[in-house]
Design a protein around this ligand. Structure first.
Ligand code: G3H
Ligand code: 13P
Ligand code: ZN
Length: 284
């Protein structure tokens, strides 16, 4: 089927109380593994490309790969821009065929964040594309900041309510204790804050930095209204671990397909498991 928007996927997820995985892809093997996992699990799925992915693979190439995979698929697939920061690039993604975009202006002062998100929403909605924004700062695990410094960037529930109202955004990424990249210890999520945000914000909530978050915490977040879960690091690590293993087992092998193929299979299994934890398996 053709690519769908995230806005089209959300009503069922809201009604039935599950989250949809948004998996980052940079190359063919990841796109194939993500779609194969969705097919196997009968799950809707979001494939997302970051600015880094676009730089690595090329905007047209990544779009074409995902579009082709989606057209052949019998489950719905959305193509989403992850952490777009530049208005013009967001427009180029929309024009190339992305069905959903994130405009991440969370580093800007609130009024500027609102103004940029509104501008994107106006154009994106005019052409039927969904928009995600971020309020608070999620950041990376590699940033050497203390817990209290990180907490200072957590999403404020009252501000979230006003932000959603002012921007008309479709989904909201929140800072509640997750971070991008591999965690050193176990991440502690602020579930109370998540409940407060959810009580005030009626649109679906997005959880970034979800790799390495224990399954129970993920399930709890889904029960509290998280409907899109971003996963990148777990996929990279799982793929590379299997690739290194196969390379060590077959040091003479020179056919990339014989090395990348098993890594792709391992990746597919990881994604299928995530779909079960998120509750999106068996919904199509
Ligand atoms: O949130 C960031 C994603 O993991 C994308 O990472 O910018 O290295 O492609 P990247
Ligand atoms: P992780 O790499 O920590 O899973 O984060 C992914 C993400 O939030 C992409 O936007
Ligand atoms: Zn993110």
């Amino acid at each position: 089927m053709s690519l769908v928007t995230i806005a089209e996927l959300m009503p069922q997820a809201e009604r039935e109380g599950y989250a949809i995985g948004a998996f980052n892809a940079n190359n063919l093997e990841f796109v194939q593994a993500i779609v194969a996992a969705a097919e196997n699990q009968r799950s809707p799925v979001i494939i997302q490309a970051s600015q880094g992915a676009i730089k690595y693979a090329g905007l047209e190439q990544i779009t074409a790969m995902v579009k082709t995979a989606a057209e052949k698929a019998t489950v719905p697939v959305a193509l989403h821009l992850d952490h777009g920061t530049d208005f013009n690039q967001v427009m180029r993604c929309i024009r190339t065929g992305f069905t959903s975009v994130m405009i991440d202006a969370s580093k800007l002062p609130l009024a500027e964040n609102i103004a940029l998100v509104r501008r994107v929403v106006e154009v994106a909605h005019a052409v039927g594309v969904s928009v995600e924004a971020e309020l608070g700062r999620i950041g990376g695990t590699e940033e050497h900041i203390t817990v209290s410094e990180r907490e200072a960037f957590f999403t404020d529930p009252e501000e979230a309510e006003a932000f959603v109202h002012a921007t008309g955004v479709d989904t909201l990424a929140v800072a509640i204790g997750t971070a991008h990249g591999p965690y050193k210890g176990e991440p502690k999520l602020d579930f109370e804050r998540l409940s407060e945000i959810r009580a005030r914000v009626k649109i679906p909530i997005v959880l970034h930095g979800s790799s390495g978050v224990p399954d129970d915490a993920i399930r709890r977040a889904v029960a509290l209204g998280v409907r899109k879960i971003n996963i990148d690091t777990d996929l990279r690590q799982g793929f590379m671990a299997r690739l290194r293993e196969v390379m060590a087992e077959h040091p003479e092998e020179y056919d990339p397909r014989k090395l990348l193929g098993p890594a792709r299979d391992a990746l597919q299994k990881i994604i299928e498991y995530k779909m079960q934890v998120f509750g999106s398996a068996g919904r199509v």
